[in-house]
Design a protein around this ligand. Structure first.
Ligand SMILES: [Zn+2]
Length: 322
């Protein structure tokens, strides 16, 4: 997660440099850091977790949003009437931003730009919607340093064939903010359209900002369902922006702005769901062991079933050998 400008130009485009963060920012060496790899066989189902409730997301208002290239990410400010419910406190929205990778660098194909990973799988990109605990703290500057001061919604992004019209509301303007410090007003839109359909299935844990100063103040919600953007949209995100100012002598592409997964150090990751609650799985069946998996009368490819089990939180289902 990126909220504040770095006062020290130690950068984070290079993963080896991330190891040096604690030398300048002690919190980055703490025991409750983010992001993490969510190992679904290790999470604990918590039936008391209620679905996340976006508040005011679908009321963009009449004033435009501001999109900024801050040199580390593209960030969009959010109006104060937006927030998130379903948490122990009311959290007021502040901003959203993205993390991404680089599909191809110098002819070498690379994969993955998300911060959180699921069972070791890195998604193409990740959206973070940042809120602060306005029940307890007067502003985000105070809240960002305190436990449970921030609530961030994490949305994993993968690629598909279709253009995502919701993300187009942002991506269509990236060409106007190619350099650090540039900003542009964009038409307000329904922020809820950026979220996955199923807000009831998510992982929850206590973690941190994913960039220095890495305060351990974040109540994280990472949705199980991913959203898709087109290949062309991801390519645009990865190639259009620069991390330097326009006047700079060298142009430094803004990409690979994601932190490596951090150690859990005994933290419990909660899940709002279990595989047993997934109606899809209950409809998977097969007769004899050598017959194909079926969903109703439809024969399922093994990869479809594997994909489902990959995201299952049930150790029993995870242990099925496919
Ligand atoms: Zn972030």
């Amino acid at each position: 997660m990126i909220i504040f400008s770095l006062r020290f130009n130690i950068g984070f485009h290079f993963s080896p440099l991330q190891a040096q963060w604690p030398e300048v920012f002690p919190h980055c060496g703490g025991t409750e850091q983010s992001p993490i790899n969510v190992e679904t066989s290790q999470v604990q189902h918590d039936p008391s977790l209620t679905p996340v409730q976006p508040l005011g997301y679908n009321q963009p208002g009449n004033n435009p949003f501001t999109l900024t290239n801050n040199g580390h990410t593209v960030e969009m400010s959010l109006p104060v009437w937006m927030g998130v419910g379903g948490l122990p406190w009311h959290f007021t929205a502040a901003q959203l931003h993205l993390h991404w990778g680089s599909s191809e660098v110098n002819g070498v194909a690379r994969t993955g730009g998300s911060e959180h990973t699921i069972n070791g799988h890195c998604s193409a990109a990740e959206l973070h919607i940042v809120h602060y605990n306005s029940d307890v703290y007067p502003n985000i500057s105070t809240a960002r340093t305190e436990r449970n001061g921030l609530a961030v919604l994490g949305v994993l992004i993968e690629t598909g064939d279709e253009t995502n019209s919701a993300f187009a509301n942002i991506f269509n303007y990236l060409g106007r903010i190619r350099y650090k410090g540039q900003r542009v007003s964009i038409p307000a839109f329904d922020v809820g359209s950026l979220l996955p359909n199923d807000l009831g299935r998510f992982f929850r844990y206590n973690g941190s900002l994913t960039t220095p100063p890495c305060y351990q103040s974040v109540l994280w919600t990472v949705f199980s369902e991913k959203v898709k953007v087109s290949h062309a949209q991801l390519r645009k995100l990865e190639t259009v922006l620069f991390s330097n100012e326009k006047e700079g002598l060298d142009s430094v592409p803004l990409r690979d702005n994601h932190r490596e997964p951090q150690a859990l150090n005994g933290r419990l990751v909660l899940a709002s769901f279990t595989a047993g609650q997934c109606s899809t799985f209950t409809r998977f069946h097969k007769g004899k062991s050598d017959e194909p998996w079926q969903h109703g009368r439809e024969e399922l490819g093994l990869n479809t079933v594997r994909s489902f089990l990959c995201h299952s939180v049930s150790p029993r289902l995870k242990s099925l050998s496919l």
